[in-house]
Ligand binder design. Structure first.
Ligand code: TYM
Length: 314
């Protein structure tokens, strides 16, 4: 029996944070034996935000190390760079000719930018289409992501349906996989944890940084349980265990934050240690990227040949 397929990725625009981990990466690692998995670094998506070659290289390289450090085994998972597989941008163009501006103008990210009167790049406007190409080239059954990416996977599904309708059955319709209790991991200010809000706890943060960030968690002044502290703490301990701790230290926000700090440190330290070791082996990292790119290319190019046949440009 062939395994079901999984595809996902992160855009390399900054440091990986615990929202990325609990919302998406943990699922990738947990499901590695059940799915034929493809995990990419979405560097062409990053280009909308990172326009400096040195920084781009550094962020992409570090994202691959992060993937390895959380436990993605390149023997079991195809880890690759989006820009290594030109079929992504090529398919994106093909999709561009089929879909309309009003369809893309419904995207939350576009509407937010409009509401803030921001001038956005065409690449940002077109972001969901490139992501649809990322997904559809590999025919995944599931796309494990956080809640904020749900609409993008829906776009991929709609685009696949439209293509299939015009040119005949070509793309499998993908489904987002969102784990409910971690769909939106909160940041230290209570809003969604996000690189752009600067409210995040890096997944490989140092001990001092963990202390500083946890102490800076915004606490509400009412009630015995500091909501934001608890919401983050829930990622690291069961609610049963937390109940005992939060009952014992009712209303003592500083002590509760110290308890959280202990748990975050205990969770991050082994990841950080593993990451440091991996980062030393640059030949290995280079090999992972090279082999992953080759493997991804094989699959993606096959699909692109089929698409070219269907649209009549072969
Ligand atoms: P990105 O890089 O913003 O985020 C990577 C993953 O982390 C999840 N995530 C969260 N989950 C829960 N709570 C949070 N606070 C939180 N913050 C981030 C995101 O939902 C995402 O799953 N467009 C994508 C990258 C991408 C992609 C793809 C993903 C490009 N092509 C194809 C899947 C398939 C993005 O910007 O995610």
């Amino acid at each position: 029996m062939t395994k079901k397929r999984l595809l996902s990725g992160i855009k390399s625009t900054g440091r990986t944070h615990i929202g990325n981990y609990f919302g998406a990466m943990k699922q990738w690692v947990d499901l590695v034996n059940d799915y034929d998995s493809f995990i990419m670094v979405a560097d062409y998506h990053s280009l909308n935000f990172v326009q400096n070659a040195g920084e781009m290289r550094d962020l992409t390289w570090n994202m691959v190390i992060d993937y390895l450090a959380v436990g993605l085994d390149p023997k079991k998972v195809v880890i690759f760079k989006q820009s290594d597989v030109s079929a992504h941008t090529e398919l994106c163009w093909i999709f561009d000719t089929l879909i309309t501006m009003p369809f893309l103008m419904r995207a939350h990210a576009f509407k937010d930018a409009e509401a803030k009167d921001k001038e956005i790049s065409v690449g940002t406007f077109n972001y969901p289409v490139l992501m649809a190409a990322d997904i559809l080239l590999y025919g995944p059954d599931v796309v494990p992501v956080g809640q904020d990416q749900k609409q993008h996977v829906e776009y991929a599904r709609d685009i696949a349906e439209k293509f299939n309708h015009i040119f005949g059955e070509t793309f499998k319709l993908p489904k987002e996989m969102i784990v409910e209790n971690v769909a939106v991991v909160p940041g230290i200010d209570g809003r969604k944890m996000s690189k752009s809000y600067n409210n995040y706890i890096p997944l490989f943060a140092g001990d001092d940084e963990i202390e500083k960030l946890c102490m800076a968690i915004v606490t509400d002044s009412s009630g015995d349980v500091p909501t934001n502290v608890y919401a983050i703490h829930k990622l690291f301990r069961s609610e049963e265990e937390l109940k005992a701790i939060y009952d014992e230290h009712k209303g003592k926000y500083k002590i509760l934050k110290e308890k959280l700090i202990e748990d975050v440190k205990a969770f991050i330290k082994p990841l950080r240690d593993k990451r440091r070791l991996i980062a030393e082996d640059t030949d290995y990292i280079r090999q992972v990227i090279k082999e992953g790119g080759e493997r991804a290319k094989e699959i993606a190019n096959k699909k692109l040949v089929e698409v070219k046949e269907k649209i009549g440009v072969n």
